[in-house]
Design a protein around this ligand. Structure first.
Ligand code: GLN
Length: 478
């Protein structure tokens, strides 16, 4: 049977593989061919793996022995900051250009165990710092819907490969929106799981109290398949949640009470067409039988300020390890200290250096209490706002991003404008709650149809409610 990536989803491909309509090897070959053709235009893959076909053959052999698994033989892509043993992993940074992963991340291992095939590694903002993929040391990724625009970020490559049908699904990481915002810009589904739901072992740390690995896919059903494969306790990550936490939270209702923080969702800087699309989507959900109620999250407007103190503080600490001795390239100076300065000066891009400086500043003695300490106190208030809201509503809805995909270069000289793109996604990371972005339609801008997304947030470990809400959007708006 002819393979048409445009028509396939993970679930459909799995059914075809089970019916022997095609083999995993043929499927992988079709995706590699499509990727070779399409990637030069969008720069979403940093590398295609030459041994992907061998992995597909191995999946075919496992199937021949009677094994079944929804991911057996399914071609996926991996963000460049998640380790695959024996493969380069650079976090799109010059400093790690030649680094080869010595072990598998737990999420990688779980996907391999399920029989998934890795096609390649995807482009991103350097060390996941950014919202456009323009901060990659290896050139920006372009949005498949309009190549003059960004795909979002930092997991822009992982979103773009799914949107361009050159992978059936992918993994990304989300510290302040890096899965959900690019999913919205590219018209695919992206899930940031509950903090602790997916092991961070083998993920290059950005801000450890905020980072989560999560999946991208074309629809909610596929996203759920990927999440189920990678979630669960891992003794190698001390912040990984015990399995009992998952079991105790299940049984999504079919009719949800959906809270909308109106003053926040309709605040300043939100594109009027984004607001209109969001309201239409809510109306469709109400028509489908869900209840929409206004809510108040009193401290949520401080989220960005809190994030841009805590995140750089943690990131500057995490990035101290890239000194040219333990990791990455080494540029030798006159003395040992010069080695560090030269290596880090040449190896890190501007945005990464900016955040290291900010982080060192907010943690310095004299400023620690004024910034870091205060920000942790406000973070606790934001967490409490969510806890209070979830005693009344099942889930919360907002637009995923205040605008559709912006033009390449439009915000790159103004970091503050770039940071404002995360206004709706950052609160979930601060509170540790799960969030999903689901395509909610599109809008016309400069002659191109650009995708928009709706975001849902749920209580800890209630990804099941996010999937229920997301499926409802798919059913009633598309
Ligand atoms: N865009 C946000 C930032 O620049 C979020 C990044 C992320 O989630 N990794 O920090």
């Amino acid at each position: 049977m002819a393979i048409d990536p445009k028509q396939l989803t993970i679930a459909k491909a799995a059914a075809h593989l089970a019916h022997k309509d095609f083999s995993a090897e043929e499927l992988t070959q079709a995706y590699l061919d499509a990727a070779e053709k399409k990637n030069p235009e969008i720069n979403a893959y940093l590398e295609l793996f030459s041994d992907a076909r061998d992995a597909a053959k191995a999946a075919d052999a496992r199937r021949a022995k009677g094994e079944t698994n929804p991911l057996l033989g399914i071609p996926l892509a991996m963000k460049d900051n998640i380790l695959i043993k024996g493969k380069h992993a650079s976090s799109a940074s010059k400093i790690l250009e030649t680094y080869v992963a010595p072990y598998d991340a737990t999420a990688t291992k779980r996907l391999k165990d399920a029989g998934a095939v890795f096609l390649g590694r995807t482009n991103m903002d350097e060390f996941a710092m950014g919202g456009s993929t323009e901060n990659s040391a290896f050139g920006p990724t372009k949005n498949p819907h309009d190549t003059t625009r960004v795909p979002g970020g930092s997991s822009g490559g992982s979103a773009a490969v799914v949107a361009a049908d050159i992978a059936l699904g992918s993994l990304g990481s989300d510290t302040g929106g890096s899965i959900r915002q690019p999913a919205s810009f590219c018209g695919v589904v992206g899930l940031k799981p509950t903090y602790g739901a997916v092991s961070r072992f083998g993920l290059m740390a950005m801000a450890s109290s905020l980072d989560q690995i999560g999946p991208f896919a074309k629809n909610v059903e596929d996203t759920e398949i990927l999440f189920n494969a990678i979630k669960g306790n891992d003794p190698l990550d001390s912040t990984s949640a015990p399995d009992a936490r998952f079991a105790s939270a299940s049984g999504a209702k079919t009719k949800l009470r959906i809270g909308v923080p109106e003053s926040f969702a309709y605040g300043e800087g939100v594109d009027p067409e984004v607001v209109a699309n969001f309201k239409e989507t809510l109306a469709a959900l109400a028509k489908a039988g869900h209840e929409i109620v206004p809510i108040e999250l009193s401290h949520i407007t401080h989220s960005l300020a809190v994030y841009y103190i805590l995140m750089p503080a943690e990131a500057s600490t995490n990035l101290a390890r890239y000194d040219g001795v333990r990791f990455g390239m080494l540029k030798e100076g006159a003395k040992l200290f010069d080695d560090y300065a030269e290596t880090r000066g040449a190896g890190f891009g501007r945005e990464v250096r900016r955040r290291i400086l900010l982080g060192a500043y907010v943690l310095s003695s004299g400023y620690y209490d004024a910034y870091y300490h205060k920000a942790t106190a406000v973070r606790a208030m934001i967490e409490a706002d969510f806890a209070r809201a979830f005693t009344d509503v099942d889930i919360i809805a907002t637009p995923t991003a205040p605008t559709p995909a912006f033009a390449i270069g439009e915000k790159s000289s103004d970091p503050l404008q770039m940071y404002l793109a995360d206004i709706f996604t950052v609160p979930a990371n601060l509170a540790g709650v799960p969030g999903i972005s689901v395509p909610s339609g599109s809008m016309l801008r400069d002659g191109k149809m650009l995708p928009l997304g709706i975001q849902f947030l749920a209580p800890h470990f209630r990804e099941d409610m996010l999937f229920a809400a997301g499926k409802s959007v798919e059913e009633h708006t598309q």
